[in-house]
Design a protein around this ligand. Structure first.
Ligand code: DGY
Length: 326
């Protein structure tokens, strides 16, 4: 007997799809719930109690169409695409997938640090284009990573996993910027908390893992970029709009910083005419922080489990707004 009517708006692995169907009455719709444009979807929302998927903006307009909605379950840790206050006002639980993607995302951020510093993508292109004709000289030299200063903006789960790699594997000095003191990271990785300005002035690599909020939107703009060292790198593995992309493009074009490694952008997918794509001193990745077979499976499993548990017993494990059931 199904516990609830659910709309599923992105793919799930076969066994998890079956698990969801075992518990819920599931309607699979396309990725675009772009309502009210997709008028045909409107009637579906009248009696839906659960939503599951990723990549969909869930705003107050969409919520209004679903008077019986109880739980939304996103297959992501980030939830900036949800209007959380609107969900909370309506008593709708928002579930997400922390922890299962921490290590994989930290691996990717370290890939960006190494790839950017050692110019791996640029030099790979050079060979493939038949331009490796002599021993590499200073024109193509990179920068060391080991022993350098890493400034982490946002020392949460993922930031701490990056710090562990940097400290244990690369003997890096860890500076961090954040709202609270992270005692464990201070003890275990020698991390030290600084102001943003101090980090901008000191760090060789500035790595943002910050979530997107009113506070972090365009936190790194032209003024902040101008405070970075000329040979420093900016890495963004959190959310694109935390960095003012136009200001970053100017800094990269004028070489006021040495380079950038980006997995996230203001607009995704990154428009094909973005000036970033013409720059050799930036490594661009298509938002792949958690995109491994193993981790995407674990995220989907976590999201399905979260949805079923919340619908069945109002379980608040992995709930962003547990106050709605308290
Ligand atoms: C997340 O889970 O928030 C990652 O950015 C992947 O979308």
């Amino acid at each position: 007997m199904a516990i609830a009517k659910v709309i599923q708006y992105s793919d799930l692995p076969e066994d998890l799809q079956a698990l969801l169907k075992e518990h819920c009455d599931v309607t699979r719709v396309g990725i675009s719930l772009d309502l009210p444009q997709e008028q045909s979807l409107v009637p579906l929302f009248a009696d839906v109690e659960g939503l599951i998927g990723v990549g969909q903006k869930v705003d107050s307009k969409l919520i209004e169409l679903a008077p019986k909605l109880k739980v939304t379950s996103t297959v992501s840790v980030g939830y900036d695409h949800f209007d959380v206050p609107a969900l909370t006002r309506r008593g709708i639980m928002l579930m997400h997938t922390p922890d299962v993607l921490t290590e994989t995302t930290a691996d990717m951020i370290f890939t960006l640090i190494l790839c950017t510093a050692r110019r791996a993508a640029e030099l790979d292109r050079m060979i493939k284009q038949g331009r490796w004709t002599k021993t590499i000289d200073s024109e193509y030299f990179g920068s060391d990573v080991h022993g350098k200063k890493l400034g982490i903006l946002g020392l949460g789960r993922i930031g701490s996993a990056v710090a562990r790699r940097a400290h244990n594997g690369f003997n890096m000095e860890i500076l961090y910027f954040g709202r609270s003191v992270k005692e464990r990271a201070e003890t275990e990785y020698g991390a030290r908390r600084y102001t943003l300005d101090e980090i901008l002035a000191e760090a060789d690599f500035i790595c943002s893992v910050l979530p997107l909020s009113d506070e972090t939107h365009k936190l790194i703009g032209s003024e902040e970029l101008s405070k970075m060292k000329k040979d420093a790198f900016l890495i963004n593995g959190g959310r694109g709009p935390v960095v003012d992309e136009a200001a970053l493009i100017t800094a990269l074009q004028n070489k006021t910083i040495r380079g950038a490694g980006l997995d996230v952008f203001e607009k995704e997918p990154l428009p094909i005419d973005s000036p970033l794509l013409a720059l050799a001193n930036v490594v661009t990745l298509p938002h792949i922080g958690s995109a491994t077979h193993e981790t995407r499976y674990e995220m989907a499993k976590c999201a399905v489990d979260n949805l079923i548990a919340a619908l069945r017993s109002q379980s608040t494990k992995n709930c962003v707004n547990p106050e709605v059931v308290e």
